[in-house]
Design a protein around this ligand. Sequence first.
Ligand SMILES: C[S@@+](CC[C@H](N)C(=O)[O-])C[C@H]1O[C@@H](n2cnc3c(N)ncnc32)[C@H](O)[C@@H]1O
Length: 222
Amino acid sequence: MAAEEPNLVTEDTKPRASVRKRANEIKPFRCKNLIAVLENPTDMINIGTVIRNVNALGVEKVYVVDTRRSLPDDWQDLRERRTASKTSVSAVKWTFVRRFDSTEECFAHLERKGFTSIVTSPHVKGKASIFLHEGDYTAYTKLAVWFGSEATGISDLAVERSEMCISVPMFGMIESLNLGTSSGIVLYEVAKQRREYQSKYRKRNQRGQRANPLPTTIGPKV
Ligand SMILES: C[S@@+](CC[C@H](N)C(=O)[O-])C[C@H]1O[C@@H](n2cnc3c(N)ncnc32)[C@H](O)[C@@H]1O
């Protein structure tokens, strides 16, 4: 199993002062208790893209259900794989990623930790199906957003164990968006809402209102 938190210092790389400074600056903007889950992704480029999106949008972690056992157990090994490191533009070094052997194992872990799951699909599925812009993603303190595999989409088991299914509205002739692309669109909206909430309240149910809201944006990296 991978280490519990991403490490800024690896054996061979000591963080430079500028890296440490940036890491401190972005800390308050990261969305606590927000996890992106990839269910059986097959394409390393897509995995790298999702990791890049997760890192850039301030999502806390990535979980990968890898039933075929195609990814290394030790995340450090993946960090050293050229494709993952290249497509994620090194975000894999700064992002916590954990793999699970099955969808069931991942749900057991998330539910034990008190996470609510929602799935994403271009199709209407599950107990409730909504368009992305219709959702309130601050209603759950701990939230896991699931993305399905490139060929088969999200599994029936993931749909059954989730509160709802969200779709990005599409207006073209094709059936679906690419996995990496959809993760960027969905996580942007979810993280934006949760960052706004975190800026106003310290606790759930709109308790612990801050006297002065924290900023929700940060200047571009210089
Ligand atoms: C290439 S799509 C999978 C297509 C598959 N044939 C299906 O039936 O879902 C890979 C994943 O991207 C996400 N996705 C793609 N298009 C989406 C959309 N319009 N809305 C929400 N999620 C989408 C879903 O998580 C989906 O499982």
